[in-house]
Design a protein around this ligand. Sequence first.
Ligand code: NAD
Length: 321
Amino acid sequence: MSWLVTGGAGYIGAHVVNALRAQGMPVTVVDDLSSGHRDYVPVDVPFLEADINDIQALREWMRTHAVVGVIHIAGFKYAGVSVKEPLRTYRTNVEGTAHLLQAMQEADVERIVFSSSAATYGTPSEEVVTEQTRTSPESPYGESKLIGEWLLAAQGRATGLVHTSLRYFNVVGSGEALLADTSPHNLFPLVFRALEEGRAPVIFGDDYPTPDGTCVRDYIHVQDLAEAHVVAAQRLQAGDQLQPVYNLGSGDGTSVRQIMDAMRKVTGQDFEPEVRERRPGDPARIVADGSAAAADLDWRMRHSVEQMVESAWRAAKRIQA
Ligand SMILES: NC(=O)c1ccc[n+]([C@@H]2O[C@H](COP(=O)([O-])OP(=O)(O)OC[C@H]3O[C@@H](n4cnc5c(N)ncnc54)[C@H](O)[C@@H]3O)[C@@H](O)[C@H]2O)c1
């Protein structure tokens, strides 16, 4: 009996794999390595290099590895890019999720935990977003994640699939294994790359309706996030009912400029960020109420913003070394 992590060679997936193993839960990984790293997956974890759209390969893998549940993390995650590449986004996040569900149905796998996103909310009017806040995605990426949630729910009604979707807010930092976020569009890696190359890090937009004009986000540590997945998987395996959707956020907002200040402190490098135009698809402020996840998934923020920056910096330096 094992859990299958799709996207387990990516930044978040690799942390989830390690968190499952730390709890003694057998795990296997499927990943097409489009943005993941083969060496993020421990050598003794069975690994299938495949596209989640490959129903036959997934079905056979689930059967031969006695998969009891899937943590579906594989995805195309760039909201800004998705505006220009909607078909690519839908193919991975919508078609890929539908094909994975098809493979699960054929292999009689009845549990799934899904990586959703705060992007499903768009720009919420509430100060703090709860799971009842109206969804109103503003990018093909946000739309594709919402459709992913709907697919799980529809399949649940049709076949009895048990499921929950975790809406992540801004995931940063690194766990003990120093697995870095290498994405070319996320704030932390962008800042680190700029500093490495002797350029000023960029702030995209300082004319948002926020206290310092820069976007406000709810930053969460990837290790805390990974541990919530383990609890979700354990509870589904124990036959417990979970809510269809949980926010994984702290309730605290940090602006891009505040992150830049923390970066300056942690890296010891003095820099003045360059301000450029807003990026399409970036809402002004998103901060979450994580109390439902705290009650059901033992969701806790065990790390400070400074620890997030510091661990991410250490992981990035190791990658670049
Ligand atoms: N990083 C964040 O802040 C954040 C926030 C909200 C939601 N999410 C979601 O979390 C998930 C993981 O994000 P991440 O930051 O680890 O990104 P990542 O790019 O590091 O990981 C995604 C993984 O999925 C794999 N993958 C992509 N398409 C695939 C396909 N068709 N078949 C098989 N594997 C495929 C990639 O190779 C990669 O290993 C994504 O679904 C993303 O939308 C991330």
